[in-house]
Write a protein that binds this ligand. Structure first.
Ligand SMILES: [Zn+2]
Length: 267
């Protein structure tokens, strides 16, 4: 247990994107407890379909420091009905649901239903605007359409996170201009990544931390199942790249997340 972080409550280590769900872990309670005693002050569990949205809400109700983001990801696009969107709208009014996500476009895995993906993505952005919640956006090989959807929906008021950002510095600034923050996860620690050169240049005011657990485990644990307790490794890597203290990284990214989720005065 790292007493230092626990003692100074203003150092907010926040995992803005993880999937602690029973289809991937058989010891979720242990993983959450470990993360919380190990310095993580807040976890945002992201659902992406009916079952995981429900589970994220259930865990958020169970743990004070766990919050839920809910939505239908690109993998769900062929499966969801109008009624599922009605269910989502109802769930968005739950107290501990703080964002709409993970939603977005994925043309790497799903090439044949691009228009349908955009349609479902934009419907969920509209819901986010209606309930004034930020969005958490998945984007794979769909950068231009993602950008256009966000721009046309004008998300400046709700803002959001480009989860696991992996594109150019130029595009990062374009998304920032729309109101988005840049989510940085385990990929930044991979040996063959060029992402470091991009993240190094992005002002800290626009960066938030995430693990995407159980995926994208940072080095030196790559190949094992990821968990929020590894978040500090990511903070440390950003500190190294920017030649700043790790506390500076934790403080500023934590503050960015609290402001985005409108939790600054609530915890
Ligand atoms: Zn994810």
């Amino acid at each position: 247990m790292n007493l230092w972080y626990t003692f100074f409550g203003d150092y907010m280590l926040i995992d803005t994107h993880c999937h602690l769900l029973s289809e991937d872990y058989d010891n979720i309670d242990e993983i959450i407890t470990e993360a919380l005693v190990d310095g993580i002050q807040l976890l945002v569990i992201n659902g992406y379909n009916r079952e995981t949205n429900e589970e994220a809400i259930r865990l958020a109700k169970k743990y004070e420091k766990v919050y839920a983001a809910i939505g239908y990801g690109p993998a769900e696009v062929g499966n969801i009905s109008d009624n599922d969107l009605v269910v989502l709208e109802k769930q968005l009014q739950e107290l501990k649901v703080i964002a709409v996500g993970e939603i977005g476009l994925d043309y790497y895995w799903y090439k044949d239903n691009k228009l349908e993906q955009i349609k479902i993505f934009r419907k969920q952005i509209k819901l986010a605007k209606k309930y004034n919640k930020p969005i958490i956006v998945h984007c794979r090989e769909a950068i231009k359409d993602t950008y256009n959807a966000l721009k046309e929906e004008n998300i400046k008021k709700i803002r959001g996170i480009m989860h696991c950002y992996s594109s150019s510095l130029e595009m990062a600034y374009q998304f920032i201009k729309l109101g988005m923050l840049i989510g940085v996860g385990g990929v930044i620690t991979f040996k063959n990544t060029k992402l470091g050169n991009v993240i190094k240049e992005i002002p800290l005011e626009y960066i938030v931390l995430e693990t995407d657990a159980p995926y994208l485990t940072p080095e030196p644990y790559r190949g094992q199942k990821n968990k929020p307790a590894y978040l500090k490794i990511i903070a440390n890597k950003i500190a190294e790249l920017k030649q700043l203290e790790i506390d500076t990284i934790i403080n500023q990214t934590g503050l960015n997340a609290l402001e985005l989720f409108d939790l600054k005065d609530k915890i």
